[in-house]
Design a binder for this molecule. Structure first.
Ligand SMILES: Cc1cc2nc3c(=O)[nH]c(=O)nc-3n(C[C@H](O)[C@H](O)[C@H](O)COP(=O)(O)OP(=O)(O)OC[C@H]3O[C@@H](n4cnc5c(N)ncnc54)[C@H](O)[C@@H]3O)c2cc1C
Length: 399
């Protein structure tokens, strides 16, 4: 029977990032890390490596720079120079600008497939062992850690098991970890589109009575669309012929980038806020979407998980004990508690404020956008939250 110090269950964006973040410490302490993933990166369908893109915050860039993998990611990362936030049919609007914030970009848009491949290529096979394709079907705690059973009936032991198997984690349920769930009754329609004008690094967040619509600048003058609608409406839009879909999108978005020319494959993601009620036990950490899945409107889910990854690596480094010791794991949760509460709350509030139809809500939203535009400190504060550099402290506080 093989034994590993750390077994990471799920080699999606979060699991692969954790393996990378733990590499230096594993080398130093002679730890063996195992990464278990059913789908080979870049080889066939992979839930985290599909055609979707992610908006990476500026803070995420800094973490990947520290891990030495940013130059590879940056080769296909499109910088976000400006974010236009507006409400269709109303005056309120605001503009977040990288130059005004003194940073080269407010964030970056990267295709998940590229991000995954960059992470995977940076792993050191002397420290990180892959089991792929392989799936954990059962796990059981024992005095030394966890015993994992894989789909081929083989078993292995580890001191620390990290559950990074995504939002539908069957293993989390198997371990009896409850989830706090808030259904939004919304579905995100995702597609890549292109316009007849260059996007120029501009991102757009547009609020309409039917739901928020985000367009993010992508490489090759494409834009990544995240269009949040009621579930039935999202299905209807997905099934429209291309020309009809583009006409509807043009009506909702307007002509800020000229005429829409093309749309790629459209896919749907039902949206909910899900939070695991326990993130650590002795010898166990729940991470990434398995720990918290957020609405994508504020583009914070993965960025938050990467900050969790960094904090977990730091907590393990600060401890002299073998990985899995509960005190160090609790230290990780304590270190990230404020960030998690703030980011989950921020995403949830923005979602509810910007998804609700109705005159008064729209009026308040409009005033909020006008306020942001008129008050540079408030806009600066909002930009720092969006960049993943905010502490959550209010606009007037010192940073
Ligand atoms: C529409 C949409 C847009 C988004 N946009 C953004 C954005 O712009 N910015 C941002 O920060 N976040 C965004 N997010 C959130 C982001 O996608 C997630 O935070 C991120 O994908 C979570 O990664 P993960 O590795 O935890 O989970 P996943 O990506 O689900 O990966 C889990 C992995 O575990 C593997 N696995 C599953 N079961 C097992 C098992 N039993 N054994 C072994 N392996 C297993 C799976 O194959 C998979 O590779 C968005 C989300 C959605 C839905």
């Amino acid at each position: 029977m093989s034994r590993f110090d750390i077994a990471i269950i799920g080699g999606g964006l979060v699991g692969a990032s954790l393996a990378l973040a733990l590499q230096p410490l594993a080398r130093e302490r002679g730890w063996r890390i195992l990464l278990i993933e059913p789908f080979a990166p870049g080889d066939g369908y992979q839930p985290s490596y599909d055609a979707r893109s992610s908006a990476l915050s500026y803070g995420t860039r800094l973490i990947y720079e520290h891990l030495g993998v940013w130059p590879a990611i940056a080769r296909r990362a499109e910088p976000i120079r400006q974010i236009h936030v507006s409400d269709r049919g109303r005056f309120g609007a605001t503009l977040l600008d990288a130059a005004e914030e003194g940073v080269p970009a407010l964030g970056y848009v990267v295709e998940n497939a590229w991000l995954g491949q960059s992470l995977w290529a940076a792993l050191d096979a002397d420290v990180v062992t892959w089991r792929c394709p392989a799936e954990v079907v059962a796990m059981r705690a024992n005095p030394e850690g966890y015993r994992l059973t894989l789909g081929d009936d083989s078993q292995l032991d580890c001191s620390l098991a990290v559950l990074a198997d995504g939002g539908r984690s069957g293993l989390r349920d198997q371990l009896g970890i409850d989830v706090r769930l808030r259904e939004y009754d919304q579905t995100a329609l995702i597609a890549n589109v292109s316009f007849n004008q260059p996007h120029g690094g501009q991102a757009f967040e547009r609020f309409t009575d039917e739901g928020p619509l985000a367009l993010l600048p992508l490489a090759d003058n494409r834009c990544a669309l995240v269009w949040t609608r009621k579930p039935a409406d999202a299905q209807r839009l997905r099934d429209l012929p291309d020309a009809d879909f583009l006409a509807q999108l043009q009506r909702s978005f307007g002509y800020r980038l000229g005429t829409l020319l093309q749309v790629g494959a459209r896919s749907l993601y039902p949206l909910a806020l899900a939070e695991a009620r326990e993130q650590v036990r002795s010898n166990l950490v729940v991470l990434g979407n398995a720990a918290h899945s957020l609405h994508p409107i504020a583009g914070q889910g993965f960025n938050l998980s990467l900050r969790d990854v960094q904090a977990l690596a730091q907590a393990l480094q600060a401890s002299d004990s073998p990985p899995g010791e509960l005190r160090a794991l609790r230290g990780y949760v304590a270190a990230q508690q404020r960030d998690q509460q703030w980011t989950v709350g921020f995403s949830d509030q923005v979602t509810r404020l910007f998804s609700q139809p109705g005159k008064w809500v729209a009026h308040g939203r409009n005033l909020g956008l006008l306020g942001l535009d008129l008050l540079p400190p408030a806009r600066h504060w909002f930009a720092r939250q969006a960049m993943g550099l905010g502490s959550g402290a209010g606009p007037g506080s010192a940073r």
